[in-house]
Write a protein that binds this ligand. Sequence first.
Ligand code: UD1
Ligand code: CA
Length: 459
Amino acid sequence: MALLPIILAAGQGTRMNSSMPKVLHSIGGKPMLQHVIDSCEQLGVDKLGIIVGHGAEQVKQDAKVTNPRWVVQSEQKGTGHAVLQAVDLMSDEDVVIIAYGDVPLIKTNTLKKLSDKLEEASLVVLTTMLDKPFGYGRIIRDESSRIRYIVEEKDANVQEQAVTEVNTGFIAAKGANLKRWLSEIKPNNAQGEYYLTDCIAMAVEEGGLVESVICENPLEVEGVNNRIQQAKLERVFQKEQADNLMLQGVTLADPARVDIRGHLSAGKDVFIDINTIIIGEVTLGNNVVIQSGCMIENATIGDNTVIKANSVIESAQIGNSCEVGPFARVRPGTVLKKQAKVGNFVEVKKSTIGVGSKISHLSYIGDTTMGDEVNIGAGTITCNYDGANKFQTIIGDKVFVGSDTQLVAPVTISEGSTIGAGSTITKNTPANELTLSRSKQMTLKGWVKPVKHNKKDNK
Ligand code: UD1
Ligand code: CA
C-alpha cells in the first residue's frame, strides 16, 4: 500500500487581487502550498500529486517537492474534475488523500488519521463543526449517524442548511474506488460543476462504509480566499509557534508580537522582547536576550549574547557573550567571535571581528579581518570600495584606532598599532607604533568674528 496525496492548487484566487497565484501567498514566510506539501511529505510518501492551473509554471518553479507529479487542469470545472485529471497517478491499491493548496494549516497527524481510518472504510471524509456553516458542503447523516451524502450550500434545502457539520474537502480513498467514482460524476447541480463530494453518495450506494474524522480545530482546515483570511491564519500560525517556543523554555515578552518566518531554535532561558522578526534559519544559544524591534535572518547567536533594540542581523554568526546594538546592522558574512561588541549605528559587512574587539559607535567595517582585543574609535570607516572593486582591511590584535579614521583598503594595520584620531590611513602601519596623518593645527591671531549685517543696510 502506498500513500498518494494529491493537492488541489489550480484555482486563481480572484479575491486575493494579486498577480501571483493564490497558493504562493505566504503564511509565516512560506507559501501556503509549501505548508501543505511539507505536511504531506511528512507522512512518508514516495510521490506527491499536485494539480495546477492558474500560474502553473510559477507554482511549479516555486514549490519544493521531492518527488512531484504535476498535473495541469487548464480549465477549473470543479473539485471532482480536478481530481479526475490525476487518475493516471493512482494505482488501484494506493491510498489517495485529497488536500488543498489554500488550506495551509493542515497537520500531518490529521492526514494520517484519514489514511488510518480507511482501513475500515471505503471512503473517509475530514469534517469539522462550525457555528456558522454558510458556504460549506454539509455532511448529511442518517438516524444511525452514518454519512449518507454531502450537499453543497447552493444545492441544500433549509433542513440541510441547518446542519453544522461541514465538509473540509479532505478525503481519503483507495485509488481503484476513486477512479470508478470520478468517471461517473455529472455536473448536475446549481453550479454546473463536477463535485468531488458526489463520491460520498456513490460509495454509500455501492454499500460501502463512509467514515469521518472530525477535526477538533476548524482553523486547521480553514481555507484562504482573501488577504483578510490570510492574515487571520498568519496569526493562528504565529501563535502556534510562539506557544511551542514558550513550552521549550523561551520567554516572549508578548507572544503576539514576535513573528517567526522560518525556523527558530533556541537554548534555555532566552528572552525575546516585542516586535522581533525571525526569518529563515535562526539559532539562539542559552541566555540570549533579544531586545525589541530586531530583525534576525539566517543567523546563529551564541550563549549569553545580547542583541539590543532595533538591530538588523543577516546571515551572520555571532559568538558567545557578544553585545550588538542598539541600532546595529550586521550584514552577510559577518562573524563576531566571543565577547565582541558592535555598538550603535555600526554597520559590519563580510568581516570577522576578533575576541573581545569593540566597535562601539558610528562605524562602517567591511571586508575586514580584525584580530582580538581591538578598539575601533567612533566614526571609523573602512574605505573598502574604489567604485569598481572591493579591497580587504587587515587589523592585527590589540590595535587601537582613534576616532574618525579612514582606513583605505587594501591596508594592514599591524598588531599593537595605534592610529591617531582623524587619520586617513593609506599605507600599512608598523606594529606597536603610533601612526597618524593629520594636518597641523594652527591659530590665526587677531582674527575677527564676522558680524551680522543690519537688515536696513542690506536693502
Ligand atoms: C469545496 C467542497 C465543499 C467544502 C469546501 C471546503 C466540493 C464540491 N465542495 O467547496 O463541500 O465544504 O470545499 O472549503 O468539493 N479547485 C481546483 N480546481 C477546480 C475547482 C477547485 O483546483 O476545478 C481547488 C480550488 O482552488 C480550491 C479547492 O479546490 O483550493 C476548493 O474549491 P472551491 O471551488 O473553492 O470549492 P468550494 O466551493 O469551497
Ligand atoms: Ca472555496
